[in-house]
Design a protein around this ligand. Structure first.
Ligand code: GCU
Ligand code: CA
Length: 138
């Protein structure tokens, strides 16, 4: 199943501000992180079973620099300084997808900015854990 976790919805934590001034986001806003190395956007996601899952990260980056970030799962970096490239406008949202190791049950996903510019604006993450859809899933 694929589940979406919005950056603005607890238990997600935005080290910065939840904003809604650039259209095209899902839910009620996005995380505009602090402009600092290590600025973060964190999510708590659920996996049906231990193994690998597909993680999609939706973001927008209207600047011209590359907003790299370490991507951590349960505190361990699965990608270091992963590139979040410019999307052309703050209202143009893109999705970055990677395969991550997960535990059964709760997992934390954290993006830690690699540069002083902070993160790209982060809309949500989606975790696809490979289990078939269950009755009651959207
Ligand atoms: C602008 C934009 C923000 C963005 C910021 C940045 O201020 O409105 O949404 O986060 O640039 O460069 O990080
Ligand atoms: Ca920002």
């Amino acid at each position: 199943a694929t589940t979406r976790y919005e950056a603005e919805t607890a238990p997600a934590v935005c080290d910065g501000a939840i904003e809604s001034n650039h259209a095209g986001y899902s839910g009620s806003g996005f995380c505009n992180s602090s402009n600092a190395v290590g600025a973060s956007s964190q999510f708590t996601v659920n996996a049906a079973s231990a193994g690998t899952a597909t993680l999609a990260i939706r973001y927008a980056h209207g600047g011209t620099d590359t907003r790299s970030a370490d991507i951590l799962v349960n505190g361990t970096a699965v990608e270091a300084a992963s590139a979040f490239s410019a999307t052309g406008a703050w209202t143009t949202w893109s999705t970055k997808t990677l395969t991550v190791p997960v535990n059964a049950g709760s997992n934390t996903i954290r993006l830690n900015a690699s540069t002083a510019a902070g993160l790209a604006n982060i809309d949500y993450v989606e975790l696809s854990d490979g289990t078939p859809p269950q009755q009651g899933d959207g």
